[in-house]
Design a protein around this ligand. Structure first.
Ligand SMILES: CC(C)=CCC/C(C)=C/COP(=O)(O)OP(=O)(O)O
Length: 567
């Protein structure tokens, strides 16, 4: 950005600053969701709740009727998870998995006698997901001559599908699961390529999907929508479960519509389009991130405030990346550190608007915390996180200004902070039901698992937005840093970074097993990486280019699932 003295005739010398042209497209959604902004519950929703309560009882009865059959219990839990209704049965599921884990530890016979591949792989995955220790050596018996997985297993399609999904939860050093992943990927892929008779249309859809995005790495709501649709086409499904899942999904859509309605109203009131014209208008795309963190009704307040926070972060990001000079940013960053808007009197009006928006949002956090009885410590941490974020953005702006390309590791260390995800998680979890001082202190201490999920977000973001961002002046991303440090071509750098991302997934798996943190909290942390993988898949940026996310918003939030007939 260049600064020069004015050529105009005004009395005071106003520096003329040539600012970059951001060229972001307008919002795909505009005011569309405003129609859903309302505080009242419609009679339609009240009737839905009544219908849902009746169905809930019926599903609980299914649970009870499966009490003596571990296989049936495991399949039921898997279905509840995939159908997106397991949050209604948390204590029942925890109890059953606890019992199954005890059974596995005390009675090794189950593994040797009863365990076919699907049964063991499913048990392994569901137990690990809940943090239970279970050794992958249970899969030894599926190897011929103790070396390679038995080729005959390739006929057991359901079994290798389950093993493929289970192996996604592997940790470092679990060689048998690395082998399982290679083996199952190769066989599932060839079944799809050859359109093998062994697979039903339903199984074919599931396998195609998981080869692209394994269940462990998928955004839960997107997985659920897809699973309900393909199960609806199957003749032999459990009608009670499926109908309950459909009613529940449709009810939640109405809640999400209202949530976006209220966020759109807040965004419009501030008139950012006029006052901060260089910034992205991405209300719905921002909301998507929070919906990915957690789709459950109990997190509605955290989702709404988190969405406003993400939109503030987006305004801030565009101010640092695409508007202000380094000199202006130094002043702005200091003002954020001191939390004092009076320090930016000399800066352009739009920067004052951004600062005011942050201060007002912080006030809204304060009011919510007072009302809900949550810890006010969250307010101090959010304030400090804003400074950490602004400082990370400033470092990037300086690198960009100096044309400096840091090492890959130096870049990643700063990129964890500039991803802003630790702050978003802090806000989200801090407003959630598990919030307490210990948990907030832990999140604020940069734990390994949050660093890993933030790094995945940073790396996939860089690959997704790399081409677009390099069209304007932009800090070197992890891609350029990697190319420079290791003297690599673009393709080699992509390969290197993909491998690095895979390694961070394994770190997250390890941490999930080591940490004593409530599993919904760990799920939200994993969901950050899942959302990032989705938003930036195929080297695209669906946040900035909202039209790429439109179909997903339609199926998640707008189009109800038909209850009556096959989809
Ligand atoms: C998930 C979050 C925090 C979303 C908020 C909006 C945002 C900053 C998106 C990333 O944009 P970008 O790709 O331009 O970011 P960067 O400039 O950091 O690469």
């Amino acid at each position: 950005m260049s600064t020069s003295l004015p050529v105009n005739s005004s009395q005071h010398a106003v520096p003329y600053i040539k600012r970059p042209n951001t060229n972001f497209r307008p919002s795909v959604w505009g005011d569309f969701f405003l129609q859903y902004d309302s505080d009242s519950e419609s009679t339609e929703i009240i009737n839905d709740v009544k219908q849902q309560e009746q169905m809930l009882k019926e599903v609980k009865n299914i649970f009870l009727s499966f009490k003596n059959d571990i296989g049936q219990q495991l399949n039921l839990i898997d279905s509840l998870n995939r159908l997106g209704i397991s949050y209604h049965f948390e204590s029942e599921i925890d109890q059953v998995l606890e019992q199954i884990h005890n059974n596995f530890t005390n009675n090794k016979e189950i593994i040797n006698k009863e365990g076919d591949l699907h049964f063991l792989a499913l048990a392994f995955r569901l137990l690990r997901q809940k943090g239970h220790h279970i050794s992958p050596e249970i899969f030894q018996k599926f190897k011929s001559n103790k070396k390679n997985f038995d080729e005959k297993l390739s006929k057991d399609v359901r079994g290798i599908w389950s093993l493929y999904e289970a192996a996604q939860l592997r940790i470092h050093g679990e060689v048998i699961l690395d082998e399982a992943l290679d083996f199952t990927y190769t066989h599932l892929n060839s079944l799809i390529i050859t359109n093998d008779q062994l697979i039903s249309p339903f199984l074919g859809t599931q396998i195609r999907r998981c080869l692209k995005t394994p269940l462990h790495k998928g955004v839960p709501r997107l997985e659920t929508r897809s699973y309900i649709s393909s199960l609806s086409k199957e003749p032999s499904q459990n009608e009670v479960l499926l109908n309950f899942a459909k009613v529940d999904f449709n009810m939640m859509q109405k809640m999400y519509q209202k949530e976006i309605g209220s966020i759109t109203k807040w965004w419009n009131k501030s008139d950012f389009g006029t006052k901060v014209p260089y910034a992205r208008d991405r209300v719905v795309e921002g909301y998507f991130w929070l919906l990915a963190f957690s789709y459950e009704p109990r997190n509605s307040t955290a989702r709404k405030l988190g969405s406003k926070l993400i939109l503030c972060i987006s305004l801030l990001d565009d101010t640092y990346d695409a508007f202000a000079t380094v000199e202006e940013l130094e002043i702005f960053t200091q003002a954020i550190q001191r939390w004092d808007i009076n320090l930016i009197q000399s800066l352009p009006e739009c920067m004052k608007v951004v600062f005011t928006t942050i201060l007002e949002l912080w006030d809204e956090y304060e009011a919510t915390i007072l009302e809900s009885g949550k810890l006010s410590l969250l307010l101090d941490y959010v304030k400090e996180d804003f400074y950490k974020l602004a400082n990370a953005y400033l470092i990037e702006a300086k690198w960009c200004n100096e044309g400096y390309i840091p090492t890959y590791d130096e870049y990643k260390a700063n990129g964890i902070k500039s991803s802003a995800l630790s702050m978003l998680l802090l806000s989200f979890i801090g407003l959630g039901e598990f919030s307490n001082k210990e948990l907030l202190d832990w999140i604020f201490s940069d734990p390994k698992i949050i660093d890993a999920t933030s790094t995945i977000a940073r790396l996939v973001d860089d690959m997704g937005s790399h081409k677009f961002e390099q069209q304007r002046v932009h800090v070197a991303s992890s891609v350029e840093c990697c190319m420079k440090q290791y003297d690599m071509s673009l393709q080699e750098a992509y390969k290197f970074i993909f491998k690095d991302i895979e390694d961070y997934w394994i770190v997250m798996n390890e941490e999930c097993l080591n940490l004593d943190i409530p599993s919904p909290v760990l799920e939200s942390i994993l969901n950050v990486a899942r959302a990032s993988e989705f938003v930036y898949e195929n080297f695209q940026d669906k946040y900035t280019n909202g039209e790429l996310m439109k179909d997903s918003i339609d199926i998640l939030i707008l189009d109800p699932i038909s209850i009556e007939k096959c989809e």
